[in-house]
Structures are given as C-alpha cells and as structure tokens.
Write a protein that binds this ligand. Structure first.
Ligand code: SAM
Length: 259
C-alpha cells in the first residue's frame, strides 16, 4: 500500500537514487558500526546502509511506517526498529551505551531542537550525518560576524567540527519541499576548541545573549554578567552577540561562574 506523506511529521521522502547513493557512500558504514537513524521513513537510505552489515537502530515516530519497517526488516538480524519521538529518546540508552553514529534526513519542522537534543550525547557519538534545510546547514557552519552566526552555530561548533558536504535539490524528494537541502557531517571534538569549566553556564550565556540579537551584551546579559567585569575581561559590553566568537562566550561563562 502506498503511504500518504504526513506533513505533521515533516515527511519528504528521498527518491533520487544518485543522492541516496552519495549519502550512503559518504557514511560508508562498516560491519562493526552501530548506526542510529532518525526517521527512516520508507527506508530509502536504510536498505543500502543495512546491507553493509552494520548494526542499525531505526527510530521512527509514524506508527504505520514503523509497522512497515518491522515487516521489511524482519529478516535482518542487524536491524531493530524503535517506534518513538526522537526528541524524547535517550539516544545513549538506545545505543546500549556504546559509541554510535547518528544519521537522518531530518524532519525540517523539528530539525533545530533535534540537533540540540543530539548534542547531549556528543561524547558517545563518533559522527553525525544529517540532511537539513540548506539554511540550517549555513547556520551550523557560520562564522562570527555573519548573519547566520547564532546559538545553533556556537553550540554545534563548541561540540563538533562542522563540514557542509553537498546540496540536494527539492526534486530529489516526494513530496517536493519548497527549499533546497544540504547534507552536513558533524564530528564531535575529542576536546572542545575552547576551555569551558561549566558547559551549562556557557549554554546559558549563549542562549540569553541571542534571545534578543539586536540588544547589546550589556542589556541582554544584565541579569547574568556585570558590564564592568566584561570590560575588564576585554569584552565590549556595547557589542552585539553576533560579533563574538566561541572564545569570548567562554570568557563570559567564566565571568558568570565567578559572580
Ligand atoms: N529517511 C526517509 C527518507 O530519506 O526518505 C524519510 C525522511 S522524512 C524527511 C522524515 C522522517 O522522520 C519521516 O519518516 C517522519 O515520519 C520521521 N519523523 C518525524 N518526526 C519524528 C520524530 N520526532 N521522531 C522520529 N521520527 C520522526
């Protein structure tokens, strides 16, 4: 039976064989790998990935698709299906606390919260490959001072090396989305690029600073970091958050801890 794409689950299924082959080649799974795929859908990427012999955990929210995956992969001892909401799943537990690789052609409506969710397990993740809206990949890979630089760029680059790989046109999907997509690789750093003693405080200052991007640090961080302390640490309280790099946010998180 033909599956009718559900908009609420961000279902745009990959149908372009060349794009699928390119993604599979990019991931190049080995038989000893453990892969978690978010939103396998109709298994466009899953079949060729599973044929590598790698162990795969498929995490799918759509009950009908999960049922179909159970049938399709019944004969695959290396594939297990988990029906659930990726945003709520403990990915580390799903992987049995083993190191894993994460991938998915992510539902666009929840891709940003999913990325933040996945970053919680970056210590256990070997790498991540995601298909995202091109604009999200631009934000992931942005540099300080650019329009795309923000909370997502900073939190991802603090945890991972970001490599945009290639663009995918809307025609590669059915139904056809309105936007261009891109595939990105995120590789968690062995040690973070900047020294942060309190990662939760770092996240807090970044979130607060970008909660109102047009405000100066003096105003947006008023309740967290003293402007005089900022100035003494070499950060202009009159600056806007998008001009600051990872190192400066690390300094702000140190000031937060000291206060
Ligand atoms: N991987 C398939 C492909 O490339 O053709 C499907 C990609 S489609 C863009 C997104 C998939 O994620 C759909 O199968 C959808 O049902 C699933 N999905 C949506 N929200 C989800 C969630 N919160 N947790 C797990 N899967 C989800």
């Amino acid at each position: 039976m033909q599956h009718r794409a559900r908009k609420r689950f961000g279902q745009n299924f990959l149908i372009d064989r060349d794009v699928i082959a390119r993604i599979v080649e990019t991931v190049s799974p080995l038989p000893e790998d453990l892969l978690i795929e978010i939103g396998p859908g109709q298994a466009a990427m899953t079949h060729p990935l599973a044929d590598s012999g790698a162990e795969m955990v498929l995490l799918e929210i759509d009950r009908d698709l999960a049922a179909r995956l159970r049938t399709d992969f019944a004969a695959y001892p290396n594939v297990s299906i988990h029906e659930g909401d990726a945003l709520k799943e403990d990915l580390g537990a799903l992987a049995g606390n083993r190191p894993f690789r994460l991938l998915g052609n992510l539902p666009y409506n929840i891709s940003t919260p999913l990325l933040f969710h996945a970053l919680q397990w970056s210590d256990h993740i070997r790498d991540m490959h995601f298909m995202l809206q091109q604009e999200v990949v631009q934000r992931l890979a942005a540099v300080p001072g650019s329009k795309a630089w923000g909370r997502l760029s900073i939190m991802c680059q603090y945890r991972c090396a970001v490599a945009p790989l290639f663009d995918v046109p809307p025609t590669a999907f059915s139904p056809v989305p309105r936007v261009t997509s891109s595939v990105v690789r995120l590789v968690p750093h062995a040690s973070p690029p900047v020294q942060v003693d309190d990662p939760a405080g770092f996240e807090r200052v970044v979130k607060q600073a970008f909660s109102q991007r047009r405000k100066t640090l003096r105003n947006s961080l008023r309740s967290l970091v003293d402007a005089a302390a900022m100035e003494a640490a070499g950060i202009d309280p009159g600056a806007r958050p998008e001009t600051l790099g990872l190192g400066e946010f690390a300094v702000l998180s140190r000031l937060l801890a000291e206060q």
